[in-house]
Design a protein around this ligand. Sequence first.
Ligand code: NDP
Length: 450
Amino acid sequence: MAVSDHVDLNQFMEGVKKRNPGQTEFVQAVQEVAQDIFEFIDDKEEYHEAQILRRIAEPDRVVSFRVCWEDDNHNIRVQRGWRVQNNNAIGPYKGGIRFHPTVTESVLKFLAFEQTFKNSLTGLPMGGGKGGSNFNPRGKSDSEVMRFCQSFMNELFRHIGPDTDVPAGDIGVGAREIGYMFGQYKRITNRWEGVLTGKALEYGGSQMRPEATGYGAVYFLRNMLQHNDEDIEGKAALISGSGNVAVHAAEKFTEMGGKVLTLSDSDGVIHDPDGIGQEKIDWVKELKFEKRGRIKEYAEEFSGAEYHEGAEPWDFEADVALPCATQNEISEDEARKLVDNGVKAVAEGANMPTTIDGVEVFRDAKLLYGPGKAANAGGVAVSGLEMSQNADRISWNTEKLATMLEDIMGDIHEKTVEYGTEGDYVNYVKGANIAGFKKVADAMLAFGVV
Ligand code: NDP
């Protein structure tokens, strides 16, 4: 038995800051989890003694590599690529690849850390990882994107595998990029195996994967509302982003009888008081995924809608909000605006879209607040089901997968309520942190000091 030398939360966070200088996003993600976990493990000596949280907050491995590629004008371009393998206690590392100029090691470490808890919550055997590059696909030709993806995979292939680490898509990485990367992996290794998820249906992809994150976030929102004897029918929503998660959240919200008022991108927001119904959503899907256009074109196409350059959705009145763009898009001020504008529930399709101060505002206002690690877990859950289908060389139909997704989101909601209920309020952040932590921590205890 070790001599007990517990650090308190402040000492723990000081250590995290010292070991990760300048990595503000990573420190923020650890802090958000640590405050709940310290409370939970207060009387649980085994977790303290084994330094479990300290170990989860130290990635198993961070691989950083140079990615060279040639643009259409024959210029040689140099980018940086990473794969962060955070924790594989309960299954192979699993988590998306992000291509965006804002990608840094800190951003990927925060995402891989969050992913560890999220994957645990799904109940499926998946550890946490994340990867990406500061490459910006915006404005690049298909051949440029292909050459970049091939070059990225020329290094990444050494670090991944169906039982080791199974990446997927994220911001800037959709079906096109996954196709190029899978093709290159297959070419280098001469193996067809389920090493990436989010693949197209023709080569081992799963039905429901593109829809899963957005649909799952709306299921989670509905579960939170129903737990409070309310429903989506007749409610108005603010949605940020206009990518994969945002459009599918809009689709499911509309199907359940709600009205979507906004979508956005990094240039601005469109507000449509008539509602962004299914036909308009189909138009946005074509705009974003085929023509690779900008959301401001929506206001030129549909009369009644307005485009606000440089603005965000949080200025408008609504009943609920689904942030589905990126991290830290809701600060303390924006959280206040949401509360003042009548929003009663927030379900995060994006990862960590709310800052710690913003979360405090939601908690103080007793808003129903579903953090990303619970509310957007539907995507990785269906990725886990894609891995099972690939391993068994089978494919399940949409109905079966839709039911499985709905059930998994229901189970996650139940777990977060179990660990997050505080009197008459459900603290979903705490519920998700503790439920996600417990499974990973218990597996780590079983392995001893490794
Ligand atoms: P996409 O690339 O399909 O779409 C991202 C959207 O967010 C675009 O509209 C983009 O606008 C906007 N956006 C990106 N960065 C910024 C920024 N810095 N400021 C404002 N807007 C921005 O990505 P996804 O829809 O797949 O991902 C969105 C979020 O959901 C991310 O946080 C991701 O980690 C999370 N997520 C995604 C999952 C998935 O299955 N895809 C699973 C779980 C979580 P623009 O075109 O101008 O960049």
